[in-house]
Design a protein around this ligand. Structure first.
Ligand SMILES: Cc1cc2nc3c(=O)[nH]c(=O)nc-3n(C[C@H](O)[C@H](O)[C@H](O)COP(=O)(O)OP(=O)(O)OC[C@H]3O[C@@H](n4cnc5c(N)ncnc54)[C@H](O)[C@@H]3O)c2cc1C
Length: 395
């Protein structure tokens, strides 16, 4: 039983099927996801992992390549650039894709392979039995399976079922919004990202070959928003506030926000992370993706790590006879990688909204850090990660 039909869930289900295991996906929502979170990058390592299960083509076709980032300060000074990943053997690089397209494509691909997705099934409880797991859903129905995989995102229910004392996600002090704009000329080459440490907030945008611009902003918001607080603000009000946040900065942020398509649809989400949980599994239940280790959007790796998880977990369940042993090996293989990426992303978040002295320090050192980072072993390890499907997993 795979709980969650976002990114990790369908990727895990397709990999399990390839490993000869029959999965069923249970997704809480009755209809496919809307455009919350707007868009994301699937890094070259994520595309490589999708390729292992033969589901990379439609994702690549739905997005556009974004192999490069340029960083500027609020005065427009170039602070350096970096690549967002190595090229795969056929030249494919990291791609930017709408989140709703990524969900839809992965779900459709799973369904086309005969994988069952049960919608409107919100898991509320689960118990391990002598030979499997019994899952209970909010609509009162139940299901059973040999194992239960929690791919149910950052607010995971399975995480709490495995460990009642699991720490909650950490709020980073930032909220995120994004939108789409046509017809505003920008001096950034197509198929690349431009990002700006503004005086009061962080702004980034990617330019499509059509010159349409997809933009996002990270705004400081000191206390973690209460339930419903961000949703209560209208899209037009967010647009007004965003213009205020970037009015003192050089660059196209304000123009892009003013000309955004459907501004009434702007929505903000809090930026949170799950940096290091004590426990990822029990005997027959395990968590993967954001449920186990959510990085902030700064890493550009959340979706890619979730896809990798699904493939590695399927290999562990394929090769190891006992589920507890398979889950322990999965955790051992994945934990060091994902936690290192989350740590680096969290330290960058702290740079997104510093005070005046922090800004000077940041703008002085960022060019040096960017140069070092571009070729660093850490960056290479992040993007060059390859899963050899045929290599056997040993306990
Ligand atoms: C604003 C923003 C920007 C981001 N940018 C990037 C980026 O550029 N690159 C990147 O790689 N990542 C990015 N991410 C992170 C990325 O979206 C996540 O890491 C990724 O979606 C995690 O996949 P997942 O399948 O683990 O969780 P999710 O995508 O959250 O999917 C979880 C699924 O489980 C379902 N579910 C939840 N609870 C239950 C339940 N009890 N029962 C049944 N189903 C349930 C949900 O409805 C959902 O469909 C960004 C995130 C945000 C918020």
């Amino acid at each position: 039983m795979v709980i969650g039909g976002g990114v990790a869930g369908p990727a895990a289900a397709m990999a399990l099927q390839k490993a000869g295991i029959e999965p069923v996906i249970y997704e809480a929502y009755p209809t496919p996801a809307d455009d919350v979170g707007v868009f994301l990058t699937v890094a070259s390592n994520g595309i490589d992992a999708l390729r292992t299960i033969g589901s990379d083509k439609d994702v690549v076709a739905a997005g556009f390549p974004t192999p490069k980032i340029t960083l500027r300060n609020s005065g427009g000074r170039n602070l350096g650039g970096t690549n967002t990943g190595a090229k795969l053997a056929d030249g494919t690089t990291s791609h930017t894709v709408r989140r709703s397209d990524l969900y839809r494509i992965l779900q459709d691909e799973a369904i086309s392979r005969g994988i069952r997705i049960e919608r409107g099934k919100r898991l509320v409880d689960a118990q391990e039995t002598s030979d499997g797991v019994r899952a209970v859903f909010a609509d009162g129905t139940e299901a059973t399976g040999d194992v239960l995989i929690g791919a149910d995102g950052i607010d995971s229910t399975v995480r709490k079922l495995i460990d009642q004392a699991a720490p909650p996600p950490k709020y980073t002090g930032l909220i995120n919004l994004g939108g789409y704009t046509n017809g505003v000329p920008v001096d950034t080459e197509s198929c690349s990202y431009s990002m700006m440490f503004g005086k009061r907030a962080f702004f980034g945008y990617a330019v499509l070959p059509s010159r349409e611009v997809w933009w996002y902003a990270s705004l400081p918001h000191h206390d973690e928003p209460k339930r419903g607080e961000l949703e209560a603000v209208t899209g037009l009000e967010w647009q007004r506030r965003l213009i205020g946040f970037f009015s003192e900065d050089t660059g196209p942020a304000v123009q892009l926000i003013k000309a955004t398509r459907d501004p009434e649809d702007l929505k903000a989400t809090p930026t949170r992370s799950v940096p290091n949980l004590p426990t990822w599994h029990s005997d027959r239940m395990v968590i993967i993706g954001d449920a186990a280790h959510a990085p902030t959007p700064t890493s550009g790796q959340g979706a890619s790590l979730s896809i990798e998880d699904g493939v590695v977990l399927a290999k562990c369940l394929r090769d190891l006879p006992d589920s507890r042993q398979a889950f322990a090996t999965f955790e051992e293989l994945r934990r060091p990688r994902v936690e290192a990426i989350i740590k680096v992303a969290n330290s960058i978040n702290n740079n997104k909204a510093p005070g005046p002295i922090g800004r000077v320090i940041r703008d002085t050192f960022t060019p040096i850090i960017m140069k070092l980072a571009a070729d660093s072993k850490f960056m290479m390890q992040q993007f060059d990660y390859h899963i050899d499907w045929d290599e056997a997993i040993k306990a």
